[in-house]
Design a protein around this ligand. Structure first.
Ligand code: GLU
Length: 479
């Protein structure tokens, strides 16, 4: 069987991270099987669908590197790939169903529908029980009404039976006979509904596997009916567990950033976000957590999905970001860190070597690129922490001598920063000549030169710091 999987977003907003996860699973399965990954834009909701969202969602997919083989801008012979351009196809199928007695025009007005809903409610039965009023209206009478300009929808004639299918994640799923009634497939404005177009498209686009989130599980019953009615083969379904927040509720905006664009604007690494998303509902055969999704290959198979809801935890995502940042070659680390630095910073006056050392020193201290700006004062600011620890170290008997000596030595340097060797030389002098050792030496020197009690590797940090900044700190230590 040729595997063909599709990602079918509705362009009614930014790409949600749940949608990105679905796209990823579709992509990985297509890649693992040598199949095709198709992008279909489900824009039948004319009011909410916007071109700018379609553009933004495609950009986000590309940012992740989830390249599709077929889509609106990549014809693979199964287009068009935008539902708004396929209306005639849906109409043709809908009217064929009407001709075959599997669907029918329904002339219930909104008032009538409201009345019937109220009646059903008072009888404690499902509202759809009464939706079939026109199901046996003879075709010629229906035609007369249509010709007279009466408003109508096309309803699918529910054959009234139990539906069962085997989901690749959830196992056997059975829908009760009365779960849905005669549902609308074409609205009164002539536009088709999702459950109908989705089936027509999946059938015509020869989709072999439908991989999507569990919130679409209940749609499957209507879709199974349409497959049967048009005489089409049913694809395999895999309904992946929902993403939930800490309160176990479906992930939504109130849980924090949920759109890919937000993470992109915050300079998360796409490889980190996609790696994290991959593990929300799927597990690596070797239980690995940090990996490159592009190296998954055949290891990505559909048997490793979990049935339980997947907890979306930003702290974990940040950990993944940290790990991926650290794994980058230093040149790329520099490029990423620069995304987090504001323009005009003194950082930009430094040499390439300096920037690499800076990246190597601080990459270990951050999880997110946005944290790097907060590290700049450690290098460029003469300010000192001034906190209790700082004062305590300054108060040690030996610290003023360290400050005095370093001030003199720094005064000999006219520009740039002292080298690591120079700092080593000074510390050796302090040890040998002034007999300052151990904690008083290391902490004392750190406090005098960096203005802080703690921080990254002292010698490297000093080698990045301009001499005037070091001198100013020394002076503050001597006050
Ligand atoms: N357009 C639907 C959505 O965005 C697609 C559902 C499906 O994959 O069948 O949720």
């Amino acid at each position: 069987m040729t595997v063909r999987v599709r990602f079918a977003p509705s362009p009614t907003g930014q790409l949600h991270i749940g949608g990105a996860r679905t796209a990823l699973y579709c992509y990985l399965y297509a890649r693992a099987t040598g199949g095709s990954f198709i992008l279909r834009i489900e824009d039948t909701d004319q009011e909410r669908s916007k071109k700018e969202y379609e553009v933004a969602q495609i950009e986000d997919l590309k940012w992740f590197g989830l390249d599709y083989d077929e889509g609106p801008d990549k014809d693979g012979g199964f287009g068009p790939y935008r539902q708004s351009e396929r209306r005639e196809i849906y109409n043709k199928y809908a009217w064929e169903l009407v001709e075959n007695g599997k669907a029918y025009p329904c002339f219930l007005t909104q008032d009538e529908l409201d009345e019937l809903t109220a009646k059903a409610e008072s009888e404690k039965i499902a509202p759809h029980t009464y939706h079939g009023k026109y199901k046996d209206l003879p075709a010629d009478e229906a035609k007369k009404k249509i010709d007279a300009g009466e408003e109508y929808v096309i309803r699918f004639k529910n054959p009234g039976k139990k539906w069962t299918f085997k989901d690749l994640v959830r196992g056997e799923v059975t829908f009760p006979e009365d779960m849905v009634g005669d549902f609308v497939i074409i609205r009164s404005n002539g536009l088709p509904v999702y459950n109908f177009c989705c089936v027509i498209d999946d059938h015509l686009m020869k989709i072999s596997h439908v991989i999507r989130a569990e919130d679409h599980l209940n749609n499957t019953v209507r879709q199974l009916m349409v497959y049967e009615a048009i005489g089409a083969d049913v694809p395999e379904f895999a309904h992946c567990s929902l993403l939930v927040g800490e309160d176990r509720q479906k992930l939504s905006k109130r849980h924090g950033a949920t759109s890919v664009t937000q993470y992109r604007n915050e300079h998360y690494l796409p490889q980190a976000l996609i790696n994290y998303l991959c593990l929300l509902g799927w597990s690596h055969p070797e239980e690995k957590d940090i990996f490159d999704i592009n190296q998954l290959g055949e290891e990505f198979d559909l048997s490793r999905f979990s049935k339980s809801p997947a907890l979306y935890d930003i702290k974990k995502l940040n950990y993944f970001n940290e790990q991926h940042l650290r794994a980058l070659p230093v040149e790329e680390q520099v490029q990423w860190l620069e995304k987090g630095l504001s323009k005009g910073s003194k950082y930009y006056d430094q040499s390439d070597e300096w920037k690499k050392t800076f990246a190597t020193l601080f990459i270990e201290k951050i999880q997110l690129v946005s944290e790097i700006e907060g590290k700049l004062p450690l290098v460029f600011s003469a300010d000192v922490s001034g906190d209790e620890d700082y004062k305590e170290t300054l108060g040690w008997e030996t610290t003023p001598s360290i400050a005095k000596y370093l001030k003199e030595e720094l005064g000999k340097i006219t520009e740039g920063s002292p080298s690591i060797e120079k700092v080593t030389e000074w510390m050796n002098y302090l040890k040998k000549e002034l007999k300052i050792k151990g904690k008083p030496l290391f902490m004392g020197t750190r406090v005098v030169l960096t203005g802080q009690n703690h921080g990254p590797d002292l010698k490297t940090l000093v080698s990045l710091t301009p001499v005037d900044v070091l001198l100013a700190r020394c002076e503050k230590a001597l006050v």
